[in-house]
Design a protein around this ligand. Structure first.
Ligand code: PAF
Length: 224
């Protein structure tokens, strides 16, 4: 594993045949392990996986959990101790005058998380664009857990003509259905017990939707 701590060093790296980036904020868990496995499959035998670690202040709302966000330095290092991974905390310029922002009229950025966390996707797009510029990855992996982020990053790549392919990785879940997330550790015992109800409710809604679509089709066919 090479550990790279400056942008200059990252940009001076000899270019691998194929470089696949797993961008993270460093509080690694099982889902990141799966992403590294997927990344490795996409690099081919002479490519390399780059794992970036940066708790990006631009994507945290004022008064949110930036200070509290888990920064388990030791666990992170153990986790990435595998050949060909790189560890890059990009210095993010707090004084930058240029940012990457989805137009606010777009429903992609002004609904759901974009509505409750204004500024969040601007922070994500800015740092992801910087990572793409610094590391020039051929492909980058994003989890479907943060589906809106995945869609917005895909759109940014298309709009700004980045050459990076965006690969979606299915959500990795705990045994009881809760999506693996760094922030799960904020939950107390009671909240942790309740949390999987979200997944169960979504599955029930999807099943009900599928069932009524089937009934509807059956109805249409019997009326022909
Ligand atoms: O999904 C995340 O962990 C972050 O939003 C990302 C993509 C690393 C950008 O900071």
């Amino acid at each position: 594993m090479r550990v790279i701590t400056t942008i200059a060093e990252a940009q001076a790296q000899p270019y691998a045949k194929r470089r696949v980036l797993v961008p993270t904020m460093g509080a690694l868990h099982r889902a990141h392990g799966e992403m590294l496995g997927v990344a490795r499959k996409h690099t081919g035998h002479d490519g390399e996986v780059a794992l970036s670690i940066f708790v990006n202040p631009l994507q945290f709302e004022p008064g949110s959990d930036y200070e509290r966000y888990p920064r388990p330095e030791k666990r992170t290092k153990n986790f990435v101790e595998m050949p060909a991974s790189i560890f890059v905390p990009p210095q993010c310029c707090g004084d930058a005058l240029t940012i990457v922002q989805c137009l606010s009229r777009s429903p992609l950025s002004n609904t759901l998380e974009g509505k409750s966390r204004p500024g969040h996707f601007r922070g994500v797009c800015t740092v992801v664009a910087k990572l793409f510029n610094v590391l020039s990855p051929d492909a980058a992996l994003f989890g479907e857990k943060d589906f809106q982020q995945l869609v917005i990053v895909r759109r940014m790549v298309r709009d700004l003509n980045f050459k990076t392919d965006i690969i979606a990785v299915p959500t990795v879940r705990e045994e009881d259905g809760l999506a693996c997330s760094s922030r799960n550790q904020y939950l107390n015992i009671e909240e942790r017990k309740q949390a999987p109800v979200l997944h169960r409710a979504l599955l029930a809604a999807a099943n009900a939707g599928n069932k009524s679509a089937r009934n509807c089709r059956a109805c249409q066919q019997s009326n022909r």
